[in-house]
Design a protein around this ligand. Structure first.
Ligand code: PMV
Length: 333
């Protein structure tokens, strides 16, 4: 049996940053994202799963080369969890292809774990069960639970393995907004997201961390209603407010998590001045220095031109809202 799935990364507008249960990845707050489809660069993660009868172990091939190290261990752990959920016994060969630009700062864990869950759901004939696909994706990487859907997506935190999964808010055709990503660094993060969020939960003052966790429902509701009304100002103001709060949490973490570089600060200033000129552009980050600018299609050219001039900007990736993970007919060899 063979199944292949394609998935995309997503950008959190209300961020996931910390777990109540690290093993099950039950988050401390609900989050909201848009699924990203690259326009000037493909942002695709494809995984083929092929069953290998009577084999004793899984095999993993990255760009044609067999991996027996860290990636292999990570994928096998995810596969074992999905086998336990579904009762599927067979070992598989995993073949992957990633088309993200090198150094894009888009780690790809959301796209890869959701493609893995989708392809696995294909093997067991369960792709129609979107909740199961989202739960299985979550166990590979928290943010992957959201890439199972296209458009805008909320991951409800829930309080158990069964109640923590994502749901689509609006599909990819509801409203054409764009994310212009200013890539300023291709260096690996000094502190990974997983380690950073664990540190924040442990060391950020409770008074701030509890404001951060409880603000998520209000921020999600504000963005949901902005999206329903296709109101870019309301969406952007909510996005920047959430981003400020996330930055405060990072800066109050010990040791301090300052993911920004000088270029990040400079881009935020440029976006501010664009806004003073009447351009609806709103800036935020993930756990890294790259800036994700939300805007409307008619302003992408100007935003790109202005932001490209900032010293330290290496590349601009222009995205629209994309579709969720799904099976493909064509398999990777
Ligand atoms: O999904 P993980 O476990 O790789 O965590 C990454 C989470 C962030 O990208 C930092 C935020 C988010 O909500 O996507």
């Amino acid at each position: 049996m063979i199944k292949t799935a394609l998935s995309h990364p997503n950008k959190a507008l209300v961020i996931y940053w910390g777990n109540e249960d690290d093993t099950l990845r039950i988050p401390t707050r609900s989050s909201l994202s848009i699924t990203l489809q690259g326009i000037n660069h493909p942002l695709d993660y494809t995984i083929t799963l092929r069953t290998i009868r009577s084999a004793e172990r899984d095999r993993v091939f990255i760009n044609g080369t067999e991996d027996k190290g860290e990636i292999f261990t990570h994928f096998v752990r995810h596969l074992d969890i999905m086998r336990a959920y579904t009762g599927f016994q067979e070992k598989v060969e995993v073949i992957t292809r990633k088309t993200f630009p090198i150094g894009s700062g888009l780690a790809g864990s959301a796209a890869s774990a959701s493609a893995m869950a989708e392809a696995f759901a294909g093997l067991v004939g369960k792709t129609a069960d979107r909740k199961l696909v989202s739960v299985m994706a979550r166990r590979g990487s928290g943010s992957a639970s959201r890439s199972v859907f296209g458009g805008s997506v909320v991951w409800q935190k829930g309080n158990s393995d069964d109640s923590s999964y994502a749901k689509q808010l609006f599909d990819e055709n509801h409203w054409d907004i764009r994310n212009v990503i200013a890539v300023v660094s291709s260096d690996p993060k000094k502190v990974s997201s997983v380690d950073g969020m664990t540190l924040s939960k442990k060391t950020c003052p409770v008074s701030l961390y509890s404001v951060f966790t409880s603000a998520s429902s209000e921020h999600i509701e504000q963005m949901r209603s902005a999206m329903a009304a296709r109101d870019i100002v309301k969406l952007g103001v909510g996005y920047e407010k959430e981003n400020d709060l996330f930055r405060q949490v990072c800066l109050k973490t010990t040791p301090q998590l300052d993911y920004w570089s000088k270029a990040t600060h400079d881009i935020f200033c440029k976006v501010n001045s664009l806004r003073n000129d009447g351009v609806p552009a709103y800036a935020g980050t993930d756990a890294g220095p790259n800036v994700h600018i939300l805007t409307l299609p008619s302003h992408v050219e100007r935003v790109t031109r202005v932001v490209s001039e900032v010293e330290g900007v290496m590349e601009i990736i222009h995205c629209r809202i994309g579709e969720g993970s799904h099976l493909l007919e064509q398999h990777l060899a």
